[in-house]
Design a protein around this ligand. Structure first.
Ligand code: FES
Length: 176
């Protein structure tokens, strides 16, 4: 056992655990942040995705001793005092979830994508989301929600709409 200081969702935690313990179990069993899900346990399904310094990682494969000084963000920390992130609101508006089990991980990967690529194409989305599986097959709605979040963010920032996606059509129109 060893004592670790973790910064999770901008809050500092002290925990005394086995250094080999995966971050996912620390979050769930020690810190009570159960929004991060246990899926496959071998880093393949993405249900356990969290951000480590803004980068999406599979927390089931990351030992607590390897987190070091990195800031961890979980689904519980994605919203701010002013409300949900655009991606979270888009998930609701597009009614993405079915059983919901994979969705926290999906949203964390989508949020990281939108932070680095504000106007992702379908190809960008497919590449960024390739590590997140959904056994209910919600992929079409996930893609639509990511496009909707990008459009909402553009609108909030006073930017013009892009022509290659509209929520009404839920299709991509490539224009020069
Ligand atoms: Fe059921 Fe994705 S919504 S596994």
């Amino acid at each position: 056992m060893a004592n670790f200081t973790l910064t999770v969702n901008n809050q500092e935690y002290q925990t005394d655990v086995d250094p080999e313990m995966p971050l996912m179990w620390v979050l769930r069993d020690k810190l009570g942040l159960v929004g991060t899900r246990y899926g496959c346990g071998i880093g393949l399904c993405g249900a356990c995705t969290v951000h480590l310094d803004s980068t999406p990682v599979k927390s089931c494969m990351l030992r607590i001793s390897d987190v070091q000084d990195a800031a961890v963000t979980t689904i519980e920390g994605l919203a701010s005092d002013t409300g949900l992130q655009a991606v979270q609101q888009a998930w609701i508006d597009q009614d993405v979830a079915q059983c919901g089990y994979c969705q926290a991980g999906q949203i964390m990967s989508a949020a990281a994508l939108l932070a680095s690529t504000p106007d992702p194409t379908d190809e960008d989305i497919d590449a960024a989301m390739a590590g997140n599986y959904c056994r209910c097959g919600t992929y079409v709605r996930i893609r639509a929600a990511i496009h909707a979040a990008a459009a909402d963010t553009r609108k909030a920032n006073g930017q013009n709409e892009v022509s290659w996606w509209t929520p009404e059509k839920n299709t991509v129109e490539v224009s020069s």
